[in-house]
Design a protein around this ligand. Structure first.
Ligand SMILES: O=C(O)CCC(=O)C(=O)O
Ligand SMILES: [Fe+2]
Length: 348
């Protein structure tokens, strides 16, 4: 599994001032159009984690809101979550400090042939595909034995310990949310929880440099995430995440302190389409850099990826069943194009 090497966009902007955008990054007008200015309009649902953890009779209402958020949006903002404030702040600072390091230092953690992890870019499968206006650092964080510390920056000095604490706290939230989602679908918690014992977590830190022609490039191509559940941290104040809703792009306005949570493809497959993964993308700002960090949560490597038998007793399976490794191999071998990967997992 690998992605073709591409230049660092950050280094390119630093060298050229960023006024010139190479053709490989320029998108056709229709690819960047269609933004709904959601000003004053609906916002993605806000779910209160503290309320979800209350005793059963009192958390019912919030749990029902969670169910509606998953069904109708596939995205929500989680407030009052349990990642300690100092850990969140340290994570944000460390990610910003990493991308501010000299290019030569960052290159020490560059992706290598045949590997996905490290500093670089993902999903580049051909020399002539359009590229995203971004650099990223991708690391496996859980289970601990999957960590490849070679790619874990040793600068800034606290980066490793911060990511260790942050990813552990986020995994706990993902596990407990997954248990609640299972219950909301009439499943025993264990049905999903058992598959997440030793579950895989990876973190993708995104750096989107400013672009003088921001309306002609895309920071992160439209895609759905391949996992069960993603928890995204907005690292600085610049917005850019958009979700596809009723055919239009809908900007997400992050609430201070919230984590943005979304349903991934594996959850859609597990539940035979009861909750769906939602296509999203990131746009870039003309003047300011933008940073985000997405934590992806998948079952453990022994779990097969297919509709859960507990849900398909009285209905046809709508998705194929494949083993975990093959599922990930197929995902990383394709260019990100909306939900086209998931479409190929569907049984016609
Ligand atoms: O930059 C963002 O807000 C979203 C990033 C994202 O979608 C991803 O890393 O999968
Ligand atoms: Fe994503």
């Amino acid at each position: 599994m690998e992605s073709l090497p591409v230049p660092s966009v950050q280094a390119m902007v630093a060298a050229t001032g960023g006024a010139d955008v190479p053709p490989r990054y320029l998108r056709p007008a229709e690819a960047v159009a269609g933004i709904v200015d959601g000003e004053g309009e609906a916002q993605i649902p806000i779910i209160d984690y503290r309320r979800l953890l209350l005793e059963l009779d009192r958390r019912g209402e919030e749990s029902a809101r969670l169910h509606r958020a998953c069904q109708e949006w596939g995205f929500f903002q989680l407030i009052n979550h349990s990642v300690p404030h100092d850990v969140v702040e340290a994570m944000k600072a460390n990610i910003q400090q990493f991308f501010q390091l000299p290019a030569e230092t960052k290159k020490r953690f560059a992706q290598e042939r045949g590997q996905l992890e490290g500093y670089g870019q993902l999903f580049v499968v051909s020399e002539d595909q359009k590229l995203d206006w971004a650099d990223m650092l991708y690391l496996y964080t859980q289970p601990p034995e999957s960590r490849n510390t070679k790619f874990w920056p040793d600068q800034p000095v606290n980066f490793r310990s911060t990511l260790d604490r942050y990813s552990g706290a986020v995994k706990e939230i993902a596990d407990s949310l997954l248990a609640m989602l299972a219950e909301n679908l009439g499943l025993k918690q264990e049905v999903i929880a058992d598959r997440c014992v030793g579950g895989v977590q990876s973190v993708r830190m995104n750096y989107y440099p400013p672009c003088a022609q921001a309306d002609k490039v895309v920071g992160f191509s439209p895609h759905s995430d391949a996992d069960l559940l993603t928890l995204v941290l907005q690292v600085n104040h610049v917005q850019g995440l958009q979700i596809k809703r009723n055919g239009s792009w809908f900007p997400v306005r992050p609430v201070e302190g919230a984590l943005i949570v979304n349903i991934g493809d594996i959850f859609e497959i597990f539940t035979n389409g009861r909750y769906r993964s939602i296509e999203h993308r990131a746009v870039v700002d003309p003047k300011e850099e933008r940073l985000s960090a997405a934590a992806f949560h998948s079952p453990n490597i022994h779990s097969t990826i297919g509709p859960l038998k507990e849900l398909t007793a009285d209905e046809d399976e709508a998705y194929k069943t494949v083993d975990h490794e093959n599922f990930m191999r197929l995902f990383f071998a394709t260019k990100l194009e909306g939900k086209s990967f998931l479409d190929r997992m569907k049984l016609k």
